[in-house]
Write a protein that binds this ligand. Sequence first.
Ligand SMILES: *Cc1c(COP(=O)(O)O)cnc(C)c1O
Length: 431
Amino acid sequence: MPQVLKKKKAREDIFEKAQSLIPGGVNSPVRAFCAVGTDPVWIRKGKGPFLWDESGKKYLDFCGSWGPLLFGHAPQGLIDTLQEKLKEGTSFGAATRQEVELAQKIRNFFPSIEKVRMVSSGTEAVMSAVRLARGFTGREKIIKIEGGYHGHADSLLVKAGSGALTYGVPGSAGVPKDLAKLTLTLPFNDRKALEAVFKKEKGKIAALILEPVPANMGVVLPEEGYLYHAREWTRKDGALLILDEVITGFRVMPGGAQEYYGIKPDLTCLGKILGGGLPIAAFGGRAEIMDCLAPLGPVYQAGTLSGNPVAVASALWMLDRINAKRILLLNQRSRRFFDGIREILVRFRRPWQLNTSASMFTLFFTSEPVRDDRSARQSDTKKYARFFRKCLKEGLYLAPSQFEANFISTAHEDVHLEQALSAFRKVLKQF
Ligand SMILES: *Cc1c(COP(=O)(O)O)cnc(C)c1O
């Protein structure tokens, strides 16, 4: 058999075997690539801005594990740090000094976080923050944004984005109706709708949770004054404002989107970049609220692997390297790259929307501006799927869905971004 065919056969064999053992063959639905009409890519390794699949094909990676890899794959310093750390044990289920150090560092980045608790995933951070908000306010309803994704906790799988949006499932089977009823949803950037719900539900809302820059319906920017409006209405009503900065934290600015937009939330959720690829996340905010958590208060929250020493070591390494200068340089380089993409769109007269924030971008296949979930859904997802597959062939690994962000890391140098522009030029010319 020719080498190429043999490799293709091997790949199909893995997928077949995977499907017989794991539902859909994957451990998280978006990895199945259903939204882009192709089989999953089986990753063997990553280094810097690159990924290699099981057949040895190399890709320039713009998915970055969905956001955590601010410094690219396997930065040498991190690998060395983790190797040393592993020798001291992988879990104690007991307090360590490094957790305190990490809490202090997080607080230095996010002045709104007076106290913080570590968990193992973004889902857990958000789920805990919502429970805490309910416990603190003694209210039960929460508000989320249509197309906003906050992990897969029951209360938040209502009009969720990301994988849930891709698959067109409004919520999920298995979420009790009585619980979902407590989750109200609003279109993003709609001040009137926000105002209306706070008037109607006066005194009943525990929290409004939102991604300050939504990235799970594709990247969407908050319009002038919108976040401020959200802050004002929650404050007036005594509801908490929870900013889900699992994606935007440490990326938009070192202190997240709240630093960039000057918004002070009551609670913040962090994840992804915090662990740099290891499973750690956190939620924190005003001390008065955080002190409602057990063992001080009545809101229960716990975790066997919370504050895991290896994950904490990774987080410390990440936060030691994140600073304004690095982020601004990355954002500048990203902006040049985005200008390059816009130039190509203009040159070939493609009316598509490139939404960008800091080092994140989404190319929406629609000619109308994308400012919320409804306008994002105007995109031609079949066209996106074709674009994705052509890019993959050219060695670009983009987010495998129209409704996701692409990420640029500090390991993406100008030469890599030039390479990506050449590939885009080639692919878009044929469209
Ligand atoms: C990824 C994500 C989550 C969930 O984090 P997991 O670690 O996947 O559980 C929550 N909120 C936002 C904004 C995210 O992008």
